[in-house]
Design a protein around this ligand. Structure first.
Ligand SMILES: [Ca+2]
Ligand SMILES: [Ca+2]
Length: 151
């Protein structure tokens, strides 16, 4: 995939280079929904709706080619309201081989938490949602309003 252009770009408007997801495919601009592609709902965390973002079911791992030209990845991390108060995940950003930011464990009973990661110089950036240390039950992990800023 080509690296993003200059300025700020929604990650859901880019092609990823690789993606894994626990249940069905990663969804663009909706929640994970069920196993089928395209069956998600508007991304919503504690009643707050987001028009853009990536909807996953943790464990999930999404890689983008940034070609050393990007500086910052930002998103609102949260468990989607489609699983009610259930679920838990940690939302991580990896720049090449190293983890550069993470949200800490968030549950379905918590509001979204902003994550800002410096990814300067990275050739590849990955958004990773872990199971939060317990299991993957109801872990509908949203990277809401996820953007990358590049030069
Ligand atoms: Ca789906
Ligand atoms: Ca979990």
């Amino acid at each position: 995939a080509r690296a993003p252009g200059s300025g700020r770009t929604y990650l859901s408007d880019l092609a990823w280079t690789r993606a894994t997801n626990y249940f069905g495919p990663v969804e663009k601009d909706t929640s994970n929904g069920e196993r089928a592609a395209g069956d998600g709902r508007p991304i919503t965390v504690e009643g707050v709706r987001y028009a853009k973002g990536l909807g996953t079911h943790a464990p999930a791992d999404i890689e983008f080619h940034t070609a050393g030209r990007c500086t910052t990845v930002e998103f609102q991390a949260g468990i989607d309201d489609e699983v009610g108060q259930a679920g838990s995940a940690d939302f991580e950003v990896w720049a090449d081989g190293g983890r550069v930011a993470h949200s800490g464990v968030l549950t379905g009973a918590m509001p979204a938490r902003k994550v800002t990661a410096s990814v300067a110089g990275a050739r590849f950036v990955r958004l990773v949602a872990t199971n939060g240390g317990d299991n993957a039950t109801s872990d509908h992990a949203d990277f809401a309003d996820a953007t990358v800023t590049c030069q």
